[in-house]
Each structure stands twice: as structure tokens, then as C-alpha cells.
Design a protein around this ligand. Structure first.
Ligand code: AKB
Length: 317
């Protein structure tokens, strides 16, 4: 990667990925773009930035030529719960937008990173130790766009030689930019509420196990997969990556070890619960480990210490 363009740079992952890419490849070699350029602020705005709607292929191609881009990270998407409320828009952005990215990549000879998700699986997928290659019959629009984009990436790789790669992200927990409209967002909100008010209303039932990951590991995965030796890759798009799996009770207990007065009650949101019930409890990520050396660095305890300390400092609590 020499010149990188990130689509969706003001979002939860983009806002941290751009900074790490700039640390590694140089500030001026990483172009942050977003559909809402007014959200590109602070340290993110210290390097090159542009307004870009992923559906606007003409502007994307213009920017790729202008900055001599060789790698595109396409992070534009509506998260799972919002996508159920706006399925047509989710399709336009999540799948048609990505089709445009792959077409631009084919013409301009760029590599492409695509963030798939645990959402690409469905009720008929084996939920425990979900294999790399298995049944993917998602019943959400988010999942339909994710599995379609994985397949499209594989197709463009085989048919046109586009170097399209990607991972299936678990729920991502971070303390810089809040996620918006995901099913796993509760695992971020719980930390903010624990520090702010000491109380949290959980939208998912006890016993709902999901894969989760701390942001530094997610960023590491997004960069390492693109830097991996192509000769060693048997898969390209949609690598399972896993680091921890927990249910609401387990994360509550981890917080109570540090904040004993923390209280949690349940008020289950049926749409989110149905989505979570269709997703794996824990993925088997042995292909990512074998093919490109994936290894997470954070677990629930180290992440909980870091989340609470960081949020406390920021809130002066
Ligand atoms: C969501 O909950 O929609 C996302 C995801 C797991 O892809 N965080």
C-alpha cells in the first residue's frame, strides 16, 4: 500500500483506521473520505480529506486518479438494525456502492478491503465454532449485502484479478467514535453508561453470545490482511476473525469487578434480539491464523480496563 483511500472515514472504524494508516504510510498518503464531510474533524482533518458518497462512482474514480490511489478501504454501510429500518438504502450503499468500488478498482488497478461481518451468517449457520466455509443464509438486509459483497469480491478476484480482500468483523468495541444502529452497539454503550450513570438497560437477553473485538485488534486485522503475502492466501474475502465471545451477563460481571455498584436491567428490543439470534456465538478463525498470521492481542479483561480508564479520563470521573 502506498496511496490509500478510505471511504467512510468519519465512522466508528474509519476514524481510527485512517490515523493508524497515516502513522504507517504517511499523513499525505492516506485520503479520508466521507458522505458527511462536516464530520471529518480534529486530528482526522490534519491529512487530505474529501467528500464522497460511495454511490458516486465518477467522483470515486476522479479521486483515485487525483491521488494515484492503489488501495481502497470501503467502510460505507448502514449497520444491521438501521438497515432493517431502511433496507433499500442499505442495499444501495452496502452492495451497489461496493459494486462501484470494485468496478473502479478493476479499471484503475487498485486493491480493495471490504469489511464483512458476523452478520453475513444466518439461522441455519452452525453457531458454535462457525467454520470459515459454511452455510450463509442471512435473513437481514445487512447480511444479504455482506454475503453478496464477499462473493462479488471473490468473483472480481478470479475473473479480473482485482486484489479484493476482507474479514468478517465481530461487534467492535471502541472509545473514539460511537457506532450507530448496530446490534452489537450495546457492548460499547454499556461502558459509557457504567462510567456516566452506573446503570444500563440491555437490549439483548442474557445468554445471547456474540463475537466481539476491541478496536485496536480490528484495525490490526484490516491492515495485516492487506499486507499479507498473496501466495499464502487460499481465501481472499470474508476471513473469520475472532478474539472474544460473551453474553450480556459476562460483560456486566467484568464491569462490576471494576465498578461494584454498576447495575444492569433488561428491556429486550425484539428486532435486535432476532438479529443477534441469527448470528454465530463464536467463529472459528483458524484459516485467518494459518493463512496470514491473525492473532488478537486483547481479551475481555484487558479491554474492560482500558475502556473504563479511557472513558473515566475523558469524562473527568
Ligand atoms: C452490527 O451490529 O450491525 C455490526 C456488526 C456486527 O457487523 N456491529
Amino acid at each position: 500500500m502506498k496511496n490509500v483511500l478510505v471511504i467512510g472515514c468519519a465512522g466508528q472504524i474509519g476514524s481510527e483506521l485512517v490515523l493508524e494508516l497515516r502513522r504507517r504510510y504517511g499523513v499525505n498518503n492516506v485520503i479520508g473520505t466521507d458522505i458527511a464531510p462536516e464530520k471529518i474533524k480534529g486530528i482526522l482533518a490534519e491529512g487530505p480529506t474529501e467528500a464522497l458518497d460511495v454511490r458516486d462512482r465518477a467522483t470515486l474514480t476522479e479521486l483515485v486518479k487525483k491521488y494515484k490511489i492503489d488501495t481502497i478501504y470501503n467502510l460505507a454501510a448502514l449497520l444491521s438494525a438501521v438497515a432493517e429500518a431502511k433496507p433499500q438504502l442499505a442495499w444501495e450503499i452496502g452492495l451497489m456502492g461496493h459494486y462501484g468500488v470494485l468496478e473502479t478498482a478493476r479499471e484503475q488497478k487498485c486493491a480493495v478491503f471490504f469489511p464483512s461481518s458476523i452478520g453475513s451468517f444466518g439461522l441455519t449457520t452452525p453457531h458454535k465454532n462457525t467454520p470459515q466455509d459454511t452455510i450463509q443464509r442471512p435473513n437481514t438486509m445487512y447480511g444479504v449485502t455482506k454475503v453478496s459483497a464477499e462473493l462479488l469480491g471473490d468473483y472480481y478476484n478470479k475473473k479480473f484479478g482485482v486484489d479484493s480482500r476482507g474479514v468478517r468483523f465481530p461487534g467492535i468495541i471502541s472509545n473514539v467514535t460511537l457506532p450507530g444502529g448496530g446490534t452489537t452497539d450495546y457492548a460499547v454503550e454499556i461502558y459509557y453508561k457504567a462510567v456516566e450513570t452506573g446503570k444500563f438497560v440491555c437490549p439483548l437477553k442474557a445468554g445471547t453470545f456474540l463475537d466481539m473485538m476491541y478496536m485496536p485488534d480490528a484495525i490490526k486485522a484490516a491492515i495485516e490482511i492487506m499486507e499479507a503475502d498473496p501466495a499464502k492466501l487460499k481465501h481472499h474475502n470474508g476471513f473469520n476473525i475472532s478474539s472474544m465471545s460473551f453474553d450480556p451477563e459476562i460483560i456486566k460481571n467484568a464491569i462490576q469487578k471494576r465498578i461494584p455498584e454498576f447495575e444492569m436491567v433488561y428491556d429486550v428490543e425484539p428486532i435486535k434480539q432476532a438479529i443477534a439470534d441469527s448470528w454465530p456465538d463464536r467463529m472459528d478463525d483458524s484459516c485467518a491464523r494459518e493463512e496470514w498470521g491473525w492473532k488478537p492481542s486483547w481479551d475481555l479483561d484487558s479491554m474492560t480496563d482500558d475502556m473504563i480508564n479511557t472513558i473515566r479520563k475523558r469524562m473527568n470521573k
